[in-house]
Each structure stands twice: as C-alpha cells, then as structure tokens.
Design a protein around this ligand. Sequence first.
Ligand code: FES
Length: 122
Amino acid sequence: MYTDKVMDHFTNPRNVGSIDDANGVGEVGNASCGDIMKIYLKVEDNIIKDVKFKTFGCGAAIATSSMVTEMAIGKTIEEALELSNQAVAEALDGLPAKKMHCSNLAADALHEAIKNYKEANG
Ligand code: FES
C-alpha cells in the first residue's frame, strides 16, 4: 500500500523535534481525523537553515512531515512557499488516494510557519 520512501520516512523520520530559538512556528490540524502537525523554522538571511517537526498523526502524516522538512532546508522562504502538498506526495513516490488528505498537513504547516516568520520579521 505504501511506497518504500513513505515507509523509510515513517520508520526513520528526519528532523523530528523542536528548535528553541525558532523564528517561525506553524501548526495545522486535520479536521477530518484530528491529527496535528507543528513545524519550527530557523531562518537566516531569507534562507531556511533548519526545520524541525512534531506530528501527532498517522504514518502518512509523519512521512510527509519528514519529507517536507528535507525539501525545505536550504531553500529561500519564497521557494519554500512554492512547495505544494502535491510536490511532497510526489517526492514520496505517491500516497494511496485515501491518504492524500494526510499530505495536506505538511506543506500547510510549513506555509503557516513561514507566515509566522514574515509577520514577526516584516
Ligand atoms: Fe490524519 Fe493521516 S489520518 S493525517
């Protein structure tokens, strides 16, 4: 049912945790299942230097969270805003149709964290 990449990121998620001096934090919940994802960003000179996440959710949500952190690190905030839920799912070689809604958490939480950063830093 799941691709090897999904299983890899689910069983060995990258960038789990929080950042004490984060300058952007975003949290989103999935209304249909109640799962929650929180993303912490460390932005310096418009570049995302570090990303960490905490996800209270299903395996697909954890895998997409892990993947979005890897995709966001090193990007400018403008580039990171372009990252879509679809792109995250594709980077994992796809998700089962029933699990596509889980991928919504990942990019949405990233975008919320960027919004939070922009509000705090003009
Ligand atoms: Fe809730 Fe997947 S079932 S995010």
